[in-house]
Design a protein around this ligand. Sequence first.
Ligand SMILES: C[C@@](CO)(OP(=O)(O)O)[C@H](O)COP(=O)(O)OP(=O)(O)OC[C@H]1O[C@@H](n2ccc(N)nc2=O)[C@H](O)[C@@H]1O
Ligand SMILES: Nc1ncnc2c1ncn2[C@@H]1O[C@H](COP(=O)(O)OP(=O)(O)O)[C@@H](O)[C@H]1O
Length: 312
Amino acid sequence: MTVRVPGKLNLHLGVGDVRGDGYHDLCTVFQAVALTDDVTVSVAEEPGVEVVGEGSAAVPAGASNLAWRAVQTLATHVGRDPDDPKVRVAIRKGIPVAGGMAGGSADAAATLVALASLWRLEMGRDELATIAAKLGSDVPFLLHGGNALGTGRGEQIVPVLSRHTYHWVLAFDRRGLSTPDVYTELDRLRAEGDPPRVGSVEPLLEALATGDPRQLALLLGNDLQAAAVSLRPGLRRTLRAGVSAGALAGIVSGSGPTCAFLCGDAQSAVEVAAELSGAGVCRTVRVAQGPVPGARTVGGEETRPTPPQVHA
Ligand SMILES: C[C@@](CO)(OP(=O)(O)O)[C@H](O)COP(=O)(O)OP(=O)(O)OC[C@H]1O[C@@H](n2ccc(N)nc2=O)[C@H](O)[C@@H]1O
Ligand SMILES: Nc1ncnc2c1ncn2[C@@H]1O[C@H](COP(=O)(O)OP(=O)(O)O)[C@@H](O)[C@H]1O
């Protein structure tokens, strides 16, 4: 059973103060983009996880892999033995690891969908979403896909209307950033001073409903960007280079360090990608459009199309 799952961008990421449980209240607008992982789950006597593809060397193959945690959590939920679930999980990564695009969460969401089908579980999306939220704040959105408003710690999802396909250029950095480290850095910056906060989310929701990328570009905002840039100062150069190359706007994706550049159309995205890849500010450049659906079965034998790619 193979499930394809997209990565995500946060078009708006408003971060509240740290809560008693260590999480931060969020007001975020997610968009799923066509940079995907494929997760194949099969019945096997030898349980385990295999990972190939983009950044796979940095992904744990053991029990700490989020996809394996998804297997164990779902097994427990339906009364199977979580220590002997008799399945193997094979992950083909296309989403950058520790890049702020929620690749691990995406694999967990895909594993839930694949296993629910493999084990023929009569489960609605709401029940799966409740299990997803236990695995990580971003996991419910990756089940859902499209555009959505996320609140709580990001796990409470409401679909958002959008009229347009947006064209993005994504700049992958040479190394990842740890999500908890970036939140901690934001707390530190806020204790020291008062870094600017994104405003109300309403104008961005209106821009999405209208479907004008130029209007949307003016409204992209991420409270974690200052913290990601503080930990990785080179991102400032990357952000400048994308805009100089002709993007409408650039933003750090979630906790970073991937930078996402919104372009006016598909042709412009290809031109920006080509110029950015020659600028020497990042490891790899990709183009991807959004929104796209969340975790979806693609069958056992299908191969995925090769995404457009430019190596820096
Ligand atoms: C920042 C965001 C933006 O969408 O994603 P990434 O850019 O990393 O993919 C998310 O908030 C990441 O969500 P996710 O990666 O699922 O985080 P979790 O596993 O739930 O939490 C990991 C750690 O991040 C911090 N965390 C996460 C979510 C939240 N609302 N407040 C937090 O402070 C906490 O330190 C927590 O222990
Ligand atoms: N299936 C998985 N894919 C990617 N990373 C995973 C996975 N399972 C666990 N991880 C761990 O989670 C960390 C965060 O990865 P990822 O979800 O790709 O990034 P981010 O939280 O920045 O979006 C990685 O450093 C990796 O060690």
